[in-house]
Every structure is written in C-alpha cells, then in structure tokens.
Ligand binder design. Sequence first.
Ligand code: ZN
Length: 298
Amino acid sequence: MPTPIQIVEVGPRDGLQNEKTLVSTEDKVTFIRRAIAAGAKRIEIASFVHPKLVPQMADAEDVVAALGPVDGVTRIGLTLNKRGALRALDCGIDQLGAVCVASDGFGMKNQNQTSAETVATAKEIVKLAHAEGRSAQVTVSTAFGCPFDGEVPEQRVLDIVARAAEAGPSEIALADTIGVGVPSQVTSLVGKAADLIAPIPVRVHFHNTRNMAIANVWAAIEAGAKTIDSSIGGIGGCPFAPNATGNVATEDVIYLLSRSGIDHGLDLNAVIETAKWMETILGKKSPSMLAAAGDFLT
Ligand code: ZN
C-alpha cells in the first residue's frame, strides 16, 4: 500500500455548515489559510446553496474573494444545481463538486429531486464546469444508507456511479452522509466502484456519527480509494443525528496514514494547532482524538 493518499479538507464547508455557531468570513478565511499552511492542496471552501437554507454558507462569494486564488491549491465549491454552479464559476472557484443522491428519500428532502434527477443535474454541472475550463467531481451521497429509505442497495449505488462517470468527472466520491456505514460495506462498495470507473479515481467521505469513520477510511484505502475527505478537528455534525460528531478528523487520518507509511503531505502538529484554534472560535472542544492526545514519539 505504498501509493500516496490525498486528503481533501472539508472543514470550511461540511464542517462549518453543520455547526450552530455562525463563523465570520474573516475566521473562515483564516481557517482555510491555516489548512493551506499545514499542507492542504485541495479544500472545499464553500457551498453555493440558497442562503436561507444554509445560513452558514451565505458568504460563499465573500470567502472566495477574500481568499483569492492560491498557487498549487484547488479551491472546491459544492453545488447542488445549475444556479449554484453558475455562482461558483462566476466567482472563480477552481473545481465544482456536484452531488448525486443514491436514495429518493434524501434527494427529495435535501434538494427536492429524485435520485435520477440528481444524477442528471450532477452531469449537467460537470459539463458546465468543463465548458468554462474548470474541473468537476461528483459525490454520491447516502451511498451507505439513507435516513428516510433505510438500506441503499449496493447495485443501486454502482449504477449511479456508472452514470455519473459518463460525464467525465475528475473523480467520484462515495459519501456516508449520515455515518451508518461499516468497514465490510466500504470494502465491497469501494472495491467495486474503483473497478467500475477506473481510471477515474474514487474518493470517500465519512462522518463519524457512529464511531466507524476511521475504520472506514482504512477499509477504503485497502479497497483502492485514492482520496479521503476529512475536516480539521472533526468539526461538524449530522442533521439526522442531533448529538453526533462531524466528519472524520483530518488529524486522525494523518496519524493513520503516517504510522502506516503512506504519504499525504500534511503537517500533523499544524493541523492539531488549527483544530485547537477552531475550538476557540466554536466555543467547544473538538471531537478529534489526536487533538486531545497529540502525536506519538514527538
Ligand atoms: Zn458530509
């Protein structure tokens, strides 16, 4: 398992979006700059959704403008529809993240579209980005379970992955949106998806809602995933599990990779310091284990 693994920092988007404390544009930009200083090369910096639906992301354009382009760093904007995609492209985002929903129940609740409609929209967003000379990737959400429809059949997810691949995204992610997946499920789904869409790489996105995220990360790497989403401090939450923690913590993933001899390009201590700084912004302790325990042998 010697190949490097890339980490996509999703704290500024997925993490903050699920935090109750409204964070200022200035603090968001500081957060992003600290992630870059720690070595992050791809960062989900905002989502371009209706500000009434997600108040934390109402300043998406301001964040992009205040940050500006950063050499060697891909700034990702999450978009759920054409309008959001156009907003993201207009303000100069480097890469669009489109979303297919694997289940109809979540699709209707989250973006008022059936699963099939979300696939069509995601493919349209990828084409829009390519027409503007920008890259785009697709995330398949609720790939490991849906809060409304329950279990999502593996073949259903794979069919969506195959259809999304037709648009030529730079990568396809399998997302455990609500944190219900377990490693055996990850091994099977990631392995099959990687075979199905090669040479398009597979990314994974895990929430630690039920304490499975770090185990799922390892299973995904063994099954062929090349990129891991994580948030500094493990900030965020899950709208369908009110007391749950957020994304798998970046520092926990770094520790796993480093101790396993896998390159990732991030500085663990700089990430831990950033997690501790974010604790002062959010006014609460971060759920990450490494932020509490620190590194081994340093
Ligand atoms: Zn998420």
